[in-house]
Write a protein that binds this ligand. Structure first.
Ligand SMILES: C=C(O[C@@H]1C=C(C(=O)O)C=C[C@H]1O)C(=O)O
Length: 361
């Protein structure tokens, strides 16, 4: 058995290591400041943030991590370190679906770290607008939920925007029943966003049968309303419980245990290829026979996997549809480029919504 080391000695060791870490992270910060100066000298005017470089840094940390810290913990520490280094220049401004306390805010911090300046915005179209008009450099919007499917508002906005998808984030969504009361019997109404109500439908039918459920603009708004009335409950994340000082009446009330929401980052940047990327496209075929075959053919020909396909009404001709498709790879990767070129000739319209690194954390 190894000898027990006295606590005082261990604390001395930790203090000495902390000093070294502090010096090293500040040396790293100085490098990041130099990177910004170099980028400026090369004529960069926009943000110094680079989605592709950040993904590569985090992947390297995962690869090199010797333990005992988990990969997850190491990557999160470095996520925050990079975020703080980047903010030395000027914190990034990122619009998210507000108010504060939403899952979209959680996704924003998960992707960019906590040194960003998150700007809560009321609706999904307004998030697009904030980035289009350069009020914010990036925006974060929900795009699909594993229980409830796609978020139509987000997909529809892609038909007209010139913004690019620059990243993706996934959040395991746990729903909770929150309120000022301390038992279910006191509840005469439940507020939440319609997606969250849908994710908890069975639970609500079982434990609060007959209690009216009212859809509001966000989970955080539901929590705010619940904080005003002792008989109203909200379904929301734990961040909202803390923010609006609500009791957690019941945790994890989502019907599906793997309930996950995927968010995307929108901006004006086009991240470079990292070797582990995704490309999202929008395709319209017109109302012709064999349309789907014409879309899928080029991907099969060049051996490209498709991660997702979703159809939405085009809003132009009756029964005309557009397809939102996610494929593996970057638009600059040779096989992807060839497949997209072939596809372009097969369809009425092809819009590349963005190539971006696959989520690392
Ligand atoms: C330092 C750079 O700029 C930013 C800061 C990074 C970092 O701290 O590692 C990484 C990518 C950029 O968001 C860079 O481009 O390398």
């Amino acid at each position: 058995m190894t000898a027990i080391i006295p606590l005082s000695e261990l604390r001395e060791r930790i203090d000495a290591i902390d000093q070294q870490i502090l010096q090293l992270i500040n040396r790293r910060a100085e490098c990041a400041i130099e990177v910004a100066r170099t980028k400026m000298a090369e004529g960069e005017t926009g943000s110094f943030y680079r989605a592709d470089r950040e993904a590569q840094v985090l992947r390297k940390i995962k690869e090199l991590n010797p333990g005992p810290l988990s990969d997850h913990a190491s990557v999160h520490l470095f996520r925050e370190l990079m975020s703080a280094c980047l903010a030395l220049e000027k914190p990034l401004e990122v619009a998210f679906l507000g108010p504060v306390g939403t899952f979209t805010q959680q996704a924003t911090f998960k992707h960019f770290g906590h040194a960003v300046k998150g700007i809560p915005v009321a609706t999904i179209p307004e998030i697009f607008l904030a980035v289009e008009t350069s009020h914010c450099q990036f925006g974060v919007v929900p795009v699909e939920n594993s229980t409830e499917g796609v978020i139509a508002h987000t997909l529809d906005r892609f038909m007209t925007t010139s913004l690019q998808i620059c990243g993706e984030v996934e959040i395991r969504v746990h729903q909770n029943l929150l309120g000022k009361m301390d038992n279910l019997a006191a509840i005469n109404e439940v507020y939440s966003h319609q997606q969250s109500l849908a994710q908890c439908r069975q639970w609500l039918n079982t434990y609060l049968p007959g209690v009216p459920c009212t859809a509001v603009s966000s989970n955080a708004e539901a929590a705010r309303l619940a904080s005003l009335d002792h008989n109203k409950a909200a379904i929301a994340g734990l961040m909202a419980a803390e923010l609006y000082e609500l009791n957690i009446i019941e945790q994890h009330i989502e019907d599906e245990s793997n309930n996950t929401t995927r968010f995307i980052v929108i901006g004006k940047q086009q991240p470079a290829s990292t070797g582990l990327d995704k490309t999202s496209i929008l395709v319209s075929t017109g109302n012709q026979a064999g349309a789907l075959h014409k879309i899928l053919g080029p991907f099969a020909e060049y051996g490209i996997s498709m991660a997702h396909i979703e159809s939405r009404p085009s809003r132009q001709g009756l029964w005309e549809y557009v397809f939102f498709i996610d494929i593996d790879g970057h638009r600059d990767d040779p096989d992807v480029a060839k497949a997209l070129e072939t596809l372009q000739n097969n369809v009425k319209m092809l819009k590349i919504l963005g190539s971006y690194p696959k989520a690392v954390i």
